[in-house]
Design a protein around this ligand. Structure first.
Ligand SMILES: CSCCC(=O)C(=O)COP(=O)(O)O
Ligand SMILES: [Zn+2]
Length: 228
């Protein structure tokens, strides 16, 4: 049964229909999700309709609530959201699902993520490009690492893998899926010259991981300028 972002009890079988009551009674999750997107956009991490975002309405069956493809991610209201099933079909709401939905599903199926955020920041793009031949970037020994779930000391290193960018989402999902099978905890990955995927066990946690990783990417870039 599909679950709308307005009321978990109300199924909305017609995919062309806006979930009933969307403007009157959006769920707390839908409101928090849209507020997170507005804040992320304000930081300049989703310029020009870049980025895509999802949270889990239900895990069994897997149902993602997503911002539709091609919209300004800073101006997404609860009534704009779409429901997308595990076959990448839009089951309620208006609009198309992102071409990158396969990556969201891949992450949701292999981690404890309940929210998955993909952004196109300048620093993530620069760092992904610079370290792409190495295949990863190491973030180490900074207090801000403690903003990542389970990390309790600055005295550690986190490796963020960098995958070659591709328009073949099935192939990319297979590579990301193979990495996720072996790498736990996993906080995120970069697509070279493209951007960041990160996630968390709540919308708040995914936003926190995003902000922490973005801080560390900017720091990595600036450190290269003063210590090449
Ligand atoms: C200028 S955005 C290019 C597409 C992209 O990488 C992205 O993240 C946005 O995709 P969507 O289709 O979900 O809007
Ligand atoms: Zn993208």
């Amino acid at each position: 049964m599909a679950v709308s972002p307005t009321d978990p009890a109300i199924p909305t079988p017609d995919s062309s229909e806006t979930p009933p009551g969307a403007t009157l009674n959006p769920s707390p999750e839908a409101i928090a999700f849209c507020q997170a997107l507005a804040s992320i956009h304000q930081q300049g991490w989703t310029q020009g309709t870049g980025g895509n975002f999802s949270y889990l309405a239900t895990r069994h069956p897997l149902l993602l609530v997503m911002a539709p493809s091609g919209v300004d991610k800073g101006r997404v209201d609860p009534q704009c959201l779409i429901g997308v099933n595990e076959h990448q079909q839009v089951v309620w709401g208006k609009g198309k699902s992102s071409a990158e939905t396969a990556l969201h599903l891949c992450i949701a199926q292999r981690t404890q993520a309940r929210a998955i955020f993909h952004t196109h920041s300048l620093f993530a793009t620069l760092v992904s490009d610079h370290f792409s031949s190495q295949g990863y970037v190491t973030l180490g020994s900074y207090e801000m690492l403690k903003g990542l779930a389970g990390i309790t000391t600055h005295d550690c290193h986190v490796q963020i893998p960098i995958f070659a960018n591709s328009q073949d989402m099935q192939e990319l999902s297979q590579k990301v899926g193979a990495w996720l099978e072996t790498a736990q905890p996993a906080y995120g990955f970069l697509l070279a010259g493209h951007g960041l995927y990160t996630w968390g066990d709540s919308i708040f946690s995914a936003q926190r991981h995003l902000e922490i990783l973005e801080f560390l990417f900017e720091l990595t870039y600036r450190k290269l300028l003063i210590q090449p």
